[in-house]
Design a protein around this ligand. Structure first.
Ligand SMILES: [Fe+2]
Length: 215
């Protein structure tokens, strides 16, 4: 489908920029946003408090593998990145889970991070899990991650508004757990516009701490 292809192309473009131009402030802000959304969605799905706390941790750490990816890519010829970029980008899910395990994190959280790019139709990575083979928590992170990315300004495009982001996700709904996605739409419906402003302020604050211009 054209929309899916466009989304795949966007994902590939995003991956290229993550590899060549990683931005710690954006990654941290994204982690905070995904973590907050995961908690909201987990509440909507009726998860209990302890579960929500661990889900918040997974949401914050879901892309931690990109830090290792950056190290892995460093020193490589840029030409090789353009050929193998998708493969490199896809390493971050396994790398993130392995980092968490090596640091003594809850093994469940590592599993949730490992599978945060799996798709319900089996087209995701790293294991091409399908349907309920994918942990519920990974299905939650998947939806929150995509929404957070689409509604954030990137170097190569502006942020999509919330309704446009949801419409784009509906086009790709085969990737998502429909029960989780419907609950997410309810969460977003209740989300105050103020929260997007708060996210921009968080990015500015983190960028300032890191000594970078966030604009
Ligand atoms: Fe990721």
């Amino acid at each position: 489908m054209q929309n899916g292809t466009q989304t795949d192309r966007r994902a590939a473009d995003a991956g290229r920029l993550v590899l060549i131009q990683p931005d710690l402030a954006i990654e941290l802000t994204h982690g905070i946003c995904v973590s907050n959304l995961c908690v909201r969605l987990g509440e909507e799905l009726g998860l209990h408090e302890d579960h929500l706390y661990r889900l918040a941790q997974a949401g914050m750490m879901h892309d931690i593998g990109k830090l290792r990816l950056k190290e892995y890519v460093r020193g490589r010829e840029q030409e090789s990145l353009t050929i193998e970029e998708i493969r490199y980008v896809r390493l971050h899910a396994d790398l993130g889970a392995d980092i968490l395990l090596s640091q003594g994190w809850d093994p469940d959280i590592a599993v949730w991070v490992r599978h945060h790019h799996e798709n319900m139709d089996g087209s995701g990575y790293p294991r091409r899990l399908k349907g309920e083979e994918i942990p519920l928590e990974s299905r939650i992170i998947r939806v929150c991650d995509v929404f957070a990315a689409l509604t954030t300004d990137r170097v190569y495009r502006g942020a999509f508004d919330m309704n446009t982001a949801i419409d784009m996700m509906i086009d790709d709904s085969r990737y998502y757990d429909i029960h989780v996605f419907l609950a997410f739409q309810k969460v977003i419906h209740d989300l105050e516009p103020e929260e997007l402003k708060t996210r921009a302020e968080t990015l500015a604050a983190i960028s300032s701490i890191l000594g970078k211009d966030s604009t």
